[in-house]
Design a protein around this ligand. Structure first.
Ligand SMILES: Cc1cc2nc3c(=O)[nH]c(=O)nc-3n(C[C@H](O)[C@H](O)[C@H](O)COP(=O)(O)O)c2cc1C
Length: 218
């Protein structure tokens, strides 16, 4: 199996989502092929008028594009090729302003390409995801807690990522959110420990647990 980690973790002085990611990496089988893409170093492209025109021509209208237009789409095409080559896509990022940070939204916008990760049809208004037989794991951290009013309706991150992955046809999506990272130390530590435990549980279900132990012992 192969795992692609796409991370955007600018957290200072520490990133709690990185704690979850580091823990996941200890739970993977030793033979798991792990590739990493740091969006802080290599951000996803954002559509310009020219690149959007090339995308619509090639992938919506089925029209020929020239070399210059192909070059404009290459950064997104590379990101898509990376997803196509993976079994599990892990996204690690903080909750910013009640949703995914812009860097992560740009990543979704760069991989959600017609005829690559989903397709339109067969009937008008229908769509089919092309990323079947893949799983997505989202590791995130939030300052607040979203279990009671008025905050319980303010986490737009979880429904957004679940919708994006379902739309692309992913078989399963798990979201592990360490909430309350700006709460008093004991509350925060308990919440982080619960999130770490959930990472262990998901890794145990998705990866060969005997092989995970191998990696920990190594
Ligand atoms: C720019 C910015 C926006 C934030 N917005 C939210 C928010 O909308 N809701 C929330 O609960 N916490 C918010 N926080 C707090 C972070 O989610 C929290 O610090 C979390 O631990 C970040 O993840 P990290 O520790 O991996 O960096 C924000 C923090 C920053 C820096």
């Amino acid at each position: 199996m192969s795992t692609l980690v796409v991370e955007y973790l600018p957290g200072y002085p520490i990133s709690h989502a990185r704690v979850l990611l580091d823990h996941l990496l200890t739970r993977l089988p030793a033979r798991e092929e792990v590739r990493r893409h740091d969006l802080l170093i290599d951000p996803a492209p954002i559509f310009t008028a020219e690149s959007l025109r090339a995308y619509v021509k090639r992938d919506m209208m089925g029209e020929a594009i020239d070399d210059a237009e192909r070059a404009l789409l290459r950064p997104a095409d590379r990101l898509i090729a990376d997803v196509l080559a993976t079994d599990v896509l892990v996204l690690a990022f903080p909750l910013h302003n009640f949703s995914v940070p812009a860097a992560i939204k740009a990543y979704f916008d760069a991989i959600m390409f017609n005829n690559s990760t989903f397709r339109v049809g067969p009937a008008p208004g229908q769509y089919a995801g092309l990323m079947t037989a893949k799983k997505a794991l989202v590791l995130s951290a939030a300052g607040g807690v979203y279990d009671a009013p008025p905050f319980d309706t303010m986490n737009f991150m979880t429904p957004l990522v679940e919708t994006e992955f379902r739309f692309m046809g992913f078989d399963a999506t798990e979201v592990v959110l360490a909430e309350g990272m700006v709460r008093p130390p004991e509350e925060k530590a308990a919440s982080l420990a619960r999130a770490v435990h959930r990472v262990t549980e998901v890794a145990g279900r998705w990866y060969d647990s005997a092989a995970s132990a191998e990696r920990i012992d190594a």
